[in-house]
Design a binder for this molecule. Sequence first.
Ligand SMILES: [Zn+2]
Ligand SMILES: [Zn+2]
Length: 135
Amino acid sequence: MQITQSHFGGCLCEAIRFELASTPLHHIICHCQTCRKAIGATRVAWAVVHIAHFKFIDLLPVEYESSFGVFRTFCGKCGTSLTYRQAENAETIDITIASFDEPALFAPTQEIWLDDKVHWEIQNHTLAQVFKDCE
Ligand SMILES: [Zn+2]
Ligand SMILES: [Zn+2]
């Protein structure tokens, strides 16, 4: 995979900053119930990235095991949700697109877990539609 310029981001209070030294592999919107609760939003945009290209720059966020083997992180001071990682998948980590300094760069290409979607959330039919998890 080709390494391109770095992308930076972090939490609202700026205590936690991160660097992604490549471009994301996928950009998705997740409607699943666990993401909703974890983030406190009715849909969540995620950038799926190579874990080897991602690092927290200084302070580390708080980590929480939201399901068996699923680890989410957030800033312990301001609460911004930052990452999602599955222990069984050592290759990738997901970053909340909203926490990037330039979220506009990462337009989602698919919606997943539409089976869980809150009915009044508007479905974007220009995106690939996945009713459960991505493959
Ligand atoms: Zn913070
Ligand atoms: Zn989800």
